[in-house]
Design a protein around this ligand. Structure first.
Ligand SMILES: Nc1nc2c(ncn2[C@@H]2O[C@H](COP(=O)(O)OP(=O)(O)OP(=O)(O)O)[C@@H](O)[C@H]2O)c(=O)[nH]1
Ligand SMILES: [Mg+2]
Length: 279
């Protein structure tokens, strides 16, 4: 028996709220720890290796689940992932690019994995992550990651400086002034800290890389590499086998050309934007 009431509830209310991300355009998903200022109250300051490791392990778990994953960047209590759905003509988007599904699943995987890491460190306090997903043009993906990396660079310097100076002393100081203040008391941000603490970590393939500096050429090269690497490995995977392409003008897939199959990062022929690439 057809449940007409349920069908009406779905078509009137659920379906209109089911927003989908745009196909054949990269998608960024960013998770962020909820109220981590409070959660980390008893953690080591300015940086706690248990938190850094747990974020990388948890983000790696998301990477393992995310279809079309290309590149991720982890810093502080946040991680950004970029995925695509155009490695091949028949690549499926993760969860049909249904926005709420992508966001809730990503936040759940991250939260569950992070809780496991915390339990191993004997921390039982609950931690939660939110997630947001949005499209971004392929030629601005490197700029997106550059923005997050630059943000971490500044936060890392000021978190380190707060170990030695009061908020009052650091008020209205530019980043270069803070470096000078640190040098003045015999500390050097660039040599005192680990790469993870200074740069955050990029996840590409099965690798975690903390040696990537926050400049456009390095990050753009990584994005390019992630597209090429993933195209090589995912070709002929993730197919919707129920819909082989047909040369038919009514077939949605027959009138499109594969983008990004060889040079995925800029496969659409658009040159990278340069408006925010200069320091
Ligand atoms: N002690 C310590 N704290 C950290 C470390 N990494 C991140 N944090 C804390 O995590 C916070 C993350 O900042 P936000 O995400 O902007 O702030 P939040 O408190 O999580 O608030 P919402 O994200 O808005 O819920 C920082 O302000 C730090 O207090 C670390 O390695 N050690
Ligand atoms: Mg947070």
């Amino acid at each position: 028996m057809i449940n007409l009431l349920n069908k009406r509830m779905q078509s009137y209310y659920e379906e209109p709220a089911k927003h989908r991300l745009t196909r054949r355009t990269p998608v960024i998903v960013r998770v962020d720890g909820r109220a981590f200022h409070t959660f980390t109250r008893n953690f080591q300051k300015p940086f706690d290796q248990r938190l850094i490791d747990a974020m990388i392990v948890s983000a790696t778990e998301v990477v393992g689940e995310m279809q079309g994953f290309k590149l991720a960047y982890v810093q502080s209590d946040e991680a950004s992932f970029v995925m695509t759905d155009y490695d091949t003509l028949l690549t499926d988007p993760w969860f049909g690019y249904v926005k709420s599904k992508v966001e809730t699943i990503t936040a759940s995987i991250m939260t569950a994995a992070f809780a496991r890491c915390m339990r191993l460190a004997n921390i039982t306090q609950p931690a939660h992550f939110d997630a947001r997903a949005f499209n971004i043009p392929a030629d601005d993906v490197a700029n997106y990651f550059l923005g997050r990396a630059k943000d971490w660079h500044c936060n890392s310097v000021s978190m380190y400086a707060r170990t030695f100076f009061t908020n009052m002393e650091l008020m209205d100081k530019r980043i270069n002034d803070v470096h000078v203040m640190l040098h003045g008391i015999g500390h050097n941000w660039s040599t005192d800290l680990s790469d993870e603490e200074k740069n955050g970590s990029f996840l590409i393939g099965c690798e975690s890389r903390s040696d990537v500096e926050p400049n456009y050429p390095s990050i753009a090269a990584l994005w390019e590499e992630s597209c090429e690497e993933s195209c090589a490995t995912t070709k002929n995977q993730n197919h919707d086998t129920s819909s082989e392409p047909v040369e038919n003008e009514n077939d949605l897939e027959s009138n499109i050309t594969p983008i990004g199959s060889r040079n995925g990062a800029r496969g659409n022929g658009i040159q990278p934007r340069s408006d925010v690439t200069k320091p």
